[in-house]
Each structure stands twice: as structure tokens, then as C-alpha cells.
Design a protein around this ligand. Structure first.
Ligand code: HEC
Ligand code: HEC
Length: 151
């Protein structure tokens, strides 16, 4: 009885595989597999794009994607990146513990208390040192894939 059941399920697997093959006969063209619509053999240069042109202090901020999302960088990062062990320009403007919770338009938003080691903001949490890991500058580019995310 067990053997019969096994043969039965093997048969149905074979039939399913056949149906799958028939549907997939054309396959996916090799220039449609990845996000860059070129042959998988090609090594195309990445598309050149420019970040938003405004320097800090233009007074612009971008909408948050959802509550708790890291805000996107609204200004360009010319001269501020790469962030290295010895140089982090972001901290120079954004590490202002005394300003936390105080609104001041056109001034650098102070890094929130979550970016410090304690709720007195006595020292920066070094896990937050590499700002651009979470806060990304923005450019006007066509998304590679559509996004249906809703808040
Ligand atoms: C010269 C000062 C300065 C430097 C350096 C700087 N910023 Fe800013 N940043 C600002 C100001 C001012 C604003 C407020 C918007 C404006 O007026 O441009 C801001 C806004 C932001 C915001 C948006 C905050 C919000 O409330 O939505 C983020 C995120 C940010 N900066 C990240 C960074 C990162 C990351 C770096 C380093 C790569 C950096 N900034 C370097 C001055 C600076
Ligand atoms: C591991 C991810 C991560 C890193 C690294 C990081 N941040 Fe953030 N940041 C966040 C998130 C998430 C928020 C929003 C939630 C919150 O307030 O903690 C935020 C919020 C902010 C805000 C907005 C504060 C407000 O009151 O609205 C500023 C400004 C900021 N970060 C600056 C920085 C700077 C400057 C650095 C680097 C020195 C940095 N962040 C590093 C994740 C990060």
C-alpha cells in the first residue's frame, strides 16, 4: 500500500514537472534576468546620476517614509563623504545634544537621543558613527522596480 502511494506521488510530481516545462519553454531572456536590462555577460557602467543640488542650510527637509524611519538627507554631501575614522563632517553639524527636542528651522536637526550611549546624550553611540549607512542622500532617478509600500 505504501509503495503504491509512493508511485502515485512520484507520478503526480512528474506530471507537474511536465506542465511546468511546457509553460516555461521560452524561459527568461538573459538580458531580462537582472535589474540592469543587459546580458548577464556584460559589465555595464552604472548609470551616472547627481544628488540633490542644495547645500545644507537651504531649509528643506524631506518627508519621512514612516514613523521611526531614518530621515533621508535633504542636502548634498559634497565634501562630507566618505566618512572615515578620523573625519566625520556630519557630527560637526548634527551632534548638538543641547538642542534635542528644540525645533529650529533652517538649522541642522540635532541627532536624536537614540544616537547616544544614554538618555542624557553624554557620548555618541559609536554604532551610529557611519551615518550614511542609514541616512541616504537623494537623487531624482527612475526606480528600478515599482514600490507599492504604503504607510
Ligand atoms: C554644514 C553643516 C552640515 C553638515 C556637514 C551635514 N549636515 Fe545634515 N543638515 C544640515 C542642515 C542645516 C539640515 C536642515 C536642512 C537644511 O537646511 O539643509 C540638515 C538636515 C539633515 C537631515 C534631515 C533631518 C530631518 O529633520 O529630516 C539628515 C538626515 C542629515 N542632515 C544627515 C546628514 C549626514 C548623514 C551628513 C554627513 C554625511 C550631514 N547631514 C552633514 C547641516 C549639515
Ligand atoms: C543604524 C542606523 C543609523 C545610523 C548609523 C545613524 N542614524 Fe540617524 N536615525 C536613524 C533612525 C532609525 C532615525 C529615526 C528614529 C530615531 O529618532 O531614532 C534617525 C534619526 C536621525 C535624525 C533626526 C532626528 C529628529 O529629531 O528627527 C538625525 C538628524 C540623524 N538621525 C542624524 C544622524 C547622524 C548625523 C548620524 C551619524 C553620526 C546618524 N544619524 C547615524 C538611524 C541611524
Amino acid at each position: 500500500m505504501k509503495k503504491l502511494a509512493l508511485i502515485g506521488s512520484l507520478l503526480s510530481m512528474a506530471v507537474a514537472a511536465q506542465i511546468g516545462l511546457a509553460a516555461d519553454k521560452k524561459g527568461v531572456a538573459d538580458d531580462q534576468i537582472g535589474l540592469s536590462k543587459t546580458s548577464v555577460e556584460a559589465v555595464p557602467d552604472p548609470q551616472v546620476f547627481e544628488y540633490r543640488g542644495n547645500a545644507p542650510f537651504s531649509g528643506q527637509v524631506l518627508p519621512r517614509a514612516y514613523q521611526g524611519a531614518p530621515p533621508q538627507v535633504p542636502h548634498n554631501l559634497e565634501g562630507f563623504i566618505p566618512i572615515t575614522r578620523d573625519s566625520n563632517a556630519c557630527i560637526g553639524c548634527h551632534q548638538q545634544p543641547a538642542m534635542i527636542g528644540k525645533k529650529s528651522k533652517g538649522q541642522p536637526t540635532p541627532m536624536p537621543v537614540s544616537h547616544y550611549v544614554d538618555d542624557k546624550a553624554s557620548a555618541m553611540n559609536m554604532g551610529r558613527y557611519n551615518c550614511t549607512q542609514c541616512h541616504t542622500p537623494q537623487a531624482t532617478v527612475k526606480p528600478l522596480v515599482g514600490n507599492t509600500f504604503k504607510k
